[in-house]
Each structure stands twice: as C-alpha cells, then as structure tokens.
Design a protein around this ligand. Structure first.
Ligand SMILES: CC(C)(COP(=O)(O)OP(=O)(O)OC[C@H]1O[C@@H](n2cnc3c(N)ncnc32)[C@H](O)[C@@H]1OP(=O)(O)O)[C@@H](O)C(=O)NCCC(=O)NCCS
Length: 184
C-alpha cells in the first residue's frame, strides 16, 4: 500500500478561521478527553469535563486580531487536499516582565499524532514568542502524565517544582501540578 504524503501548515489565526471553530472544539476536546491520545491522562481525572467550547475559541480568535492582544493562537492545517482542515492548536501568552511566556491548549488531533506535528508546533511557538521578547517558556501539567513529561523533556524542558493541582476548582488526591520550564 502506498502511504499518502501528509502536507501541513502552521500559522497564527485570523478572523477567517472563525469558520473552523466547531472542528477546533472537537479536536481539542478529543485530544484531551477521549483517551485516544498517546499522552492521555491515566485514571485520575474526570475528562468528561470538556477542555474548551466555541465561545472560548471564538473569543480567543477575536482577541488574537485585536489591539489588546495578550496571546497568540496558532493552528496547524492539513493541506494535503484542496479543502484544508485544522488538526492542531496551541495558545501562548505574551511574555511577562520577567520574559516568561506560558502556553496552553496544545493539541494534535489523535489520528494525526506521533508524526512530529506536536514538536513542530512547539518550535514554531518558541520562534514566535522569542520575537516578542520571551526568554523562557513555562508550563504546568499533572505530575502523573509520565509520557507527556518525557515528551517535554525531549523538547528541552526541565522540572522546576510542584504545586497543588487545581483546574477550574478540580483537585485530585495524590496528584500535583509539575512546573517545567525551557530557556529559549
Ligand atoms: C502532546 C501532543 C500535542 C504531542 O503531539 P504529537 O504530534 O503526538 O507529538 P510528536 O509526534 O511531535 O512527538 C514526537 C516524539 O514523541 C514521542 N512519541 C510520539 N508518539 C509516541 C507514542 N505513541 N508512544 C511513545 N512516545 C511517542 C517520540 O519520542 C517522538 O520523538 P522521536 O521523534 O524522537 O521519536 C499530543 O499527544 C496531544 O495532543 N495530546 C493530548 C493533549 C495534551 O495532553 N496536551 C498537552 C497538555 S499540557
């Protein structure tokens, strides 16, 4: 069987991308929730809580193109066929006065994972925020997400501490947030 070559393109969102919001919500929630992701959280979190919704995504797109911009929202598009589709997302905040930039909403649609796309998306984000003055990228994640922690370490992140895990008021007994950073 001949495998079709995958072409993809990574760029910051524009207002035109409001048309993709429904599929973006699906991709993010599937990547975070279904357990189809190879980096899935194991056993400990109620992933029936959707990670995002259309209102949040539309708000982020509109803010992304406004003068009050505080973040960049980046999409990955599958451009193999004439009709392009969104297959990945990442949201990075503008750096604070210490040059630190946080990111969130990192997702690659489960059927597109393990092809190097997530790594490319991260490198694209590093380049963008560096140009905006960032010197360090920081994140926190569940300390029991062993696969994901190893993935971030491969990208050059190091562990810098732990704090109590609390996502929208949800805490989990015995699980903490692991803080990681990478100098860029
Ligand atoms: C985290 C995520 C974005 C990674 O995206 P991805 O496109 O699958 O990642 P990549 O293909 O770029 O990763 C490549 C590396 O990861 C590792 N990897 C990829 N697939 C793997 C698998 N199935 N098992 C183990 N390691 C794997 C390999 O080490 C590979 O490195 P190599 O090129 O040196 O072999 C994606 O899994 C995802 O959307 N997860 C769910 C949402 C989430 O948890 N987001 C982060 C919240 S903090």
């Amino acid at each position: 069987m001949v495998q079709e070559q995958l072409d993809y393109h990574i760029r910051e969102v524009t207002l035109e991308d409001l048309q993709y919001t429904d599929s973006v919500v699906k991709i993010v929630n599937e990547a975070y929730q279904t357990g189809d992701s190879w980096t899935k959280a194991r056993d400990t979190f109620d992933f029936d809580v959707p990670r995002t919704n259309a209102e949040e995504i539309n708000g982020l797109i509109k803010e992304n193109v406004s003068n009050k911009k505080t973040h960049i929202l980046i999409y990955v598009f599958d451009t193999t066929h004439k009709e392009e589709s969104v297959i990945g997302t990442l949201l990075a905040n503008y750096p604070n006065d210490k040059g630190e930039s946080e990111f969130t909403l990192l997702s690659v649609a489960p059927q597109y994972q393990s092809k190097g796309i997530g790594g490319q998306l991260m490198h694209c984000m590093f380049n963008r925020i560096k140009r905006m003055g960032a010197t360090t990228v920081v994140l926190d994640l569940l300390d029991n997400r062993i696969d994901l922690v190893a993935w971030y370490k491969k990208l050059g992140f190091i562990e810098i501490g732990k704090k109590e895990f609390n996502w929208r008021g949800n805490t989990i007994a015995g699980v903490s947030s692991l803080l990681m950073k990478k100098d860029i």
